[in-house]
Structure formats: C-alpha cells, structure tokens
Design a protein. Structure first.
Length: 144
C-alpha cells in the first residue's frame, strides 16, 4: 500500500497527463464541466482521501491539511476500519461526501446557484481521484 505522498504524486502525474491530453484535444479549461473536474480532482487528491479512515490511528496527510478542522474526521476514522467500506469503489467516495454534507449545509444556497455542469464535473473529478487511489492500493474492481 503506497504512502500518502506516493498517492499524491501519482494523482498529480495522472492529472497532469489528463490536462495535457485535454489541451491537445482543444478542451477549454474555463468551461464549467472541466473546471469542476479539476477542482473535484484536487479536493479528492489532497483533502478528502480514502485514507481518512486511518485517522486518528495513524498520521494522515489529508487530515493534516484540514488544520484544526481535522477533528471533523475523527468520528469517520473511528467508524470505518482501514480498507473496509471506505475503500469500496462506489460506496467509499460516497460515504465521505455524505459525511461532509452537514458541513456543506450552510453553503447550500451558494452551491445551489452554481452551474450544474460545474457540480457534475466536480463529482466526476472527485471520483476519478478516489478510483486512482484505490487502484494504487490494489483494491480489486470486484468490490463494486
């Protein structure tokens, strides 16, 4: 199982490769869908990763990035065992989004005003970052 830094480097390399291919294909990164995908991918790479299920038992790079708010992830880490449901291909990323949803409630008016393409792109980018993490961990697809 790679360390957090290895996951981040791999995600950065993959993301840079995807950006190069997208640019070569003429994608406009200012379009809401692609901007959302980039933002969601960054969120899933640096702040909301499958390894948050290890916090507080082990130091988790993503938890450190939350600063004092890392305590938000304490119940999540205690609720999920490492490589359990948090490392499921569909339910794992969804569990983290649902876990964060109460924190996003105060922003619902602002989020509701965002273009749907931006939100769909963010969701796709977030899931892509999570799936790359799981692939590097060697989690088999049969756990769908």
């Amino acid at each position: 199982m790679p360390a957090g830094e290895v996951h981040e480097r791999a995600n950065l390399l993959f993301g840079a490769g995807a950006a190069l291919v997208g640019s070569a294909l003429g994608l406009d990164w200012r379009e809401p869908l692609w901007l959302g995908a980039a933002l969601g991918y960054a969120l899933g790479t640096f702040w909301v990763t499958p390894d948050l299920d290890n916090f507080p038992r082990y130091p988790v790079l993503a938890a450190r990035r939350w600063g004092p708010l890392k305590l938000v992830w304490l119940p999540y880490g205690l609720l999920f065992r490492h490589r359990g449901l948090a490392h499921h291909w569909v339910l794992g990323p969804l569990s983290r989004l649902l876990y964060l949803s109460p924190l996003l409630l105060p922003l619902r008016g602002w989020l509701g005003g965002l273009e749907p393409a931006l939100l769909w792109g963010a969701l796709a980018g977030y899931y892509a970052s999570q799936w790359l993490h799981l692939a590097l961990d060697g989690i088999p697809l049969r756990r769908l």
